[in-house]
Design a protein around this ligand. Structure first.
Ligand code: CO8
Length: 260
């Protein structure tokens, strides 16, 4: 599929998805959401891809939110449908078999902050600003922001950000746990690629199983989470990757994981 609003590049085992509407600060219109849906479906089915980088085109914005022009004409059923459509795509990203790194190169606002929170890691430029400014428009976050932000930073800080609409700096986002690492803008993509490359050397079935266990466990009680972990562990014991990884250690050589 030829994409109009995103760029999709694959370099070895690393895929990079770039939201590409810089004139609108990479705002997510319906077409972009549909293209992201298609692209992440393709990635999910491609076992040659072991890690994904998600970023925004240009130096100014990661994603400045949902497209406000489209929001302006939303009625009640349209608003619900738009929310549910975007949420389904963000769940697809969150549940992707491969780890996804959000590279926050600038503004990550509203839907932009929400899509970053659906990723596994958030690496931000020192110049990035994050926020949920929907209240300024008389609306609320609709792509999971009220849920994922509270889980990441706690209810008090999430309510402060969502009720005021204030942006936070990358440094403050790091302090409250909204982003994981902060780098000078010129180093950001290199650091993201280094992280992605390291993950690509690990067993992909193991990272997938660990991701599922963490994502599941954060939503349930500890006992249920541990039971899920044991089930995942048991399945991993049947894989060639487990045989290869343990044998490589005992033979004092690097493992060569095939994802089988
Ligand atoms: N949607 C559409 N266009 C946008 C958006 C956006 N979210 N953000 C920026 N743009 C456009 C501007 O209109 C402008 O276009 P033009 O050049 O044609 O006038 C261009 O991008 C550049 O923007 P600015 O001139 O405003 O640039 P500034 O440097 O002055 O300001 C800001 C940068 C501070 C980022 C400013 O653009 C801004 O405040 N943008 C809006 C941020 C925002 O409110 N985001 C939240 C949107 S709501 C949302 O995301 C809800 C998600 C859940 C939806 C659920 C489905 C129903």
């Amino acid at each position: 599929m030829d994409y109009k609003n995103i760029k999709f590049e694959v370099d070895g085992a690393i895929a990079t998805v770039t939201i590409n509407r810089p004139k609108a600060l990479n705002a997510l219109n319906d077409e972009t959401i549909a293209e992201l849906d298609h692209c992440f479906t393709e990635i999910a089915g491609n076992t040659d891809i072991r890690c994904v980088i998600l970023t925004g085109e240009g130096e100014k914005a990661f994603v400045a939110g949902a497209d406000i022009g489209e929001l302006a004409v939303c009625n009640v059923p349209g608003g619900r449908a738009k929310c549910e459509r975007g949420q389904a795509v963000f769940f697809k990203i969150e549940c992707l078999p491969q780890p996804v790194i959000a590279v926050i190169n600038g503004f990550a606002l509203g839907g932009g902050c929400e899509i970053a929170m659906a990723c596994d890691f958030r690496l931000a430029s020192e110049k990035a600003k994050l926020g949920q400014p929907e209240v300024n428009l008389g609306i609320i976050p609709g792509y999971g922001g009220t849920q994922r932000l509270a889980r990441l930073v706690g209810t008090g800080k999430a309510k402060q950000m969502i009720f005021t609409g204030d942006f936070v700096s990358a440094a403050e986002a790091h302090r409250i746990g909204l982003v994981d690492e902060v780098y000078p803008p010129e180093e950001l993509m290199t650091k993201a690629r280094e992280l992605a490359a390291k993950i690509c050397t690990k067993g992909p079935l193991a990272t997938k199983a660990a991701k599922e266990a963490i994502n599941f466990g954060i939503e349930v009680d500890l006992e249920s989470g541990c039971a899920f972990e044991a089930a995942q562990f048991a399945q991993i014991c049947a894989t060639e990757d487990k045989t290869e990884g343990t044998r490589a250690f005992l033979e004092k050589r690097p493992a060569d994981f095939k994802g089988q």
